[in-house]
Design a protein around this ligand. Structure first.
Ligand code: ASP
Ligand code: ASP
Length: 360
């Protein structure tokens, strides 16, 4: 019979090798135990972006998320690993899936969770971010998951918060947990769990997309042949980035959708971010859909088993056709499910680094 919760003492007292739990992947930690009992290859106290994660660290997140997925497959998907850890979720922007996913992840690790919707807190009375973060810490938070419409806000929070800060999306800048769940999803779908040399197309509104910016780092770090495609007005800055920062990384920027789609292994459609769109960037949504929308017809240019992704929420009929979203090649629902496992892995690793005094 599966115990309701696993006893951390039992899991951590011996030197039970992680492999005994998940024989296929020796690097997987035994996540029933608290992280300080593990020899984790992880040094970061905060997760603000993915640009400074090495390939080895990305593998550590993936291996830990494998272990978390195994926890999620149990009849009672809960371990006591982070019992006593207070997680505050502070979101200054509307979100359903990221917030709920972080909350589920924290609860599955037995954390205590406090949710603060910024609009209903003193934040809307003008309290500064720094004051809010200090208050949250004084109220006992150990970890702060934060979303903010201003790029860089989580960096500021990390300077004043004594615990760990996880960036749940900041402005146009970064959405690290999304990029990591995308990587996890791809790795579980691609043959040999390898992205090396795979042609991956990010299609759409890259300009306003923190998802695109974070995915550029992780996917190229794993050896993918990355293409960013969209109308030139929504690619501003990316060509310069590709030219400047592409040392050893494969990264192409184009407005030629046929060239991008040809023989693609993966295509990730991005939401047209109407709320961020300044005048003149797009003639009309209808024209965008006709020229860049991910349709069955466009998908024919890609490899027959091309994987279809979207970070959500989708504008069906604009950046992605409704029949493509539910096509057997679509992994959009798996992305959402995997988000919980990946966020559990992130909370677990950061909690370990926090207790070990990590400072990166
Ligand atoms: N942009 C939102 C998020 O990442 C999407 C949603 O609200 O579902 O959470
Ligand atoms: N949910 C993602 C984000 O928060 C993508 C989107 O909103 O389009 O950035």
């Amino acid at each position: 019979m599966t115990p309701e919760v696993d006893r951390p003492e039992a899991a951590s007292s011996g030197s039970t090798p992680a492999a005994s739990r998940t024989p296929a992947t020796p690097a997987v930690p035994a996540v029933d135990a608290p992280p300080e009992t593990q020899d984790l290859a992880w040094r970061h106290r905060h997760l603000l972006d993915v640009d400074d994660l090495t390939r080895g660290e990305l593998e550590t997140v993936m291996g830990t998320a494998d272990a978390m997925r195994e926890v999620l497959a149990r009849p009672i998907a809960k371990v006591p690993a982070l019992r006593g850890t207070n997680v505050t979720i502070l979101f200054y922007e509307a979100s359903t899936r990221t917030r709920v996913s972080f909350e589920a992840a924290a609860k599955n690790l037995s954390c205590d969770v406090t949710n603060i919707a910024a609009a209903s807190s003193s934040v809307s009375k003008g309290e500064s971010l720094v004051d809010t973060v200090r208050t949250v810490e004084a109220l006992g938070a150990h970890m702060l998951v934060m979303r903010h419409n201003v790029s860089g806000a989580p960096y500021l929070a990390s300077e004043v918060f004594g615990g760990a800060v996880l960036n749940g999306g900041d402005g146009w800048h970064a959405h690290p947990s999304q990029a990591l769940l995308d990587l996890f999803t791809l790795r579980s779908r691609l043959p040999g769990r390898s992205l090396e040399g795979r042609k991956i197309v990010i299609l759409g509104d890259a300009l306003h997309s923190r998802v695109a910016r974070s995915n550029i780092w992780t996917l190229t770090a794993m050896g993918a042949d990355l293409w960013i495609c969209g109308p030139s007005t929504l690619l501003r800055g990316f060509e310069g980035w590709a030219a400047r920062g592409a040392a050893g990384r494969r990264f192409t920027v184009t407005s030629d959708v046929d060239a991008a789609m040809r023989d693609a292994d993966v295509v990730m459609a991005l939401r047209i971010q109407k709320e961020r769109m300044a005048g003149g960037l797009l003639p009309s949504l209808r024209e965008y859909a006709a020229r860049y929308g991910l349709t069955k017809e466009r998908l024919r240019l890609a490899k027959p088993d091309c994987i279809v992704m979207h970070p959500g929420p989708m504008n069906e009929g604009v950046e992605i056709a409704a029949d493509v979203a539910v096509d057997p090649r679509s992994v959009i629902t798996a992305q959402v499910t995997n988000g919980v496992a990946v966020r559990m892995a992130l909370l677990y690793l950061l909690a370990g680094a926090r207790r070990a005094g990590g400072n990166a």
